[in-house]
Design a protein around this ligand. Structure first.
Ligand code: ADP
Ligand code: MG
Length: 255
């Protein structure tokens, strides 16, 4: 079988007494777009954050770039130190787009985009700037390079955030409700950019409530319920004929 872009096996995460992710297996093929859907509190954000270790899972395995990262804890509750270097590679290779953009407010758009390539990847500043200019052009922000985030619309900020993510050449891009914070009239321009990334064959996991977008762009829909995958399949099948009662009920109120 062709190697997956990323595989998750038996991922678990709890916050105190609350088990939020209850053993999730999920693999994304290269170029696959997976839409993660589910009610508020079902664990979508936590799962996404576990994938690039913004949250450290309590158990399970992540296989990224042919390397297995064992997430079992030692007796002291910490990850094995030998995994630290691997974790750094994984974090650099998996991009994350946040609901609230999370641009650095004290930096211009261009500075936001070149920051990590220069300081994390060690790309020479001149080359990073040239790449950033290409990326900002691609997301329609060529004119906004020297602008600070506060002077951009939400849609422009999110497109800048996407350019910033792309500048790291991520093998996988995670997007957590990238259009939920936007005024309705700005949603389309951001979905347009994400659709373009899908067309380029990028591997993406996207948490979204935009069901029409999920239906049109995703190759697979995964419905999360109470920390478990309750249903998954091609959008046409999941939306057209959901097997699970909970998925059916969710779609009845969200489609
Ligand atoms: P979703 O993104 O599907 O709305 P989340 O992953 O944000 O769901 O949250 C799942 C559950 O985990 C919720 O009950 C939420 O309150 C809880 N949770 C999320 N993050 C934390 C945290 N850092 N500490 C404690 N509980 C959390
Ligand atoms: Mg969430």
């Amino acid at each position: 079988m062709e190697q997956a872009a990323i595989e998750l096996w038996g991922i678990k995460k709890r916050f105190g007494e609350l088990e939020v992710i209850k053993g999730i297996d999920l693999a994304a093929r290269r170029g696959e777009v997976i839409a993660l859907i589910g009610t508020s509190g079902s664990g979508k954000s936590t799962l996404l954050r576990c994938i690039n270790l913004l949250e450290e899972p309590d158990d399970g395995e992540i296989i990224f770039d042919g390397e297995a990262l064992d997430l079992k804890r030692g007796r002291d509750g910490t990850l094995h130190p030998a995994n630290r270097e691997q974790i750094t590679r994984l974090r650099a290779g998996i991009g994350f787009v946040f609901q609230n953009f999370n641009l650095w407010p004290h930096m211009t758009v261009l500075e936001n985009v070149i920051e990590a390539p220069v300081h994390v990847l060690g790309i020479p500043r001149k080359r990073a700037i040239a790449e950033a200019e290409t990326l900002l052009d691609k997301v329609g922000l060529a004119e906004k390079q020297r602008t600070y985030p506060a002077f951009l619309s939400g849609g422009q900020q999110q497109r800048a955030a996407i350019a910033r993510t792309l500048a790291m050449h991520p093998a996988v891009i995670l997007l957590d409700e990238p259009t939920s914070a936007l005024d309705p009239e700005l949603v389309g321009e951001v979905l347009g950019v994400i659709r373009q990334l899908a067309d380029e064959g990028r591997t993406m996991l996207i948490v979204t409530h935009e069901m029409r977008f999920a239906r049109d762009v995703a190759h697979r829909v995964v419905f999360l319920d109470a920390g478990r995958i309750e249903e998954e399949g091609p959008p046409s099948r999941v939306f057209g004929n959901p097997h699970s009662e909970r998925c059916r009920a969710f779609l009845a109120t969200h489609l």
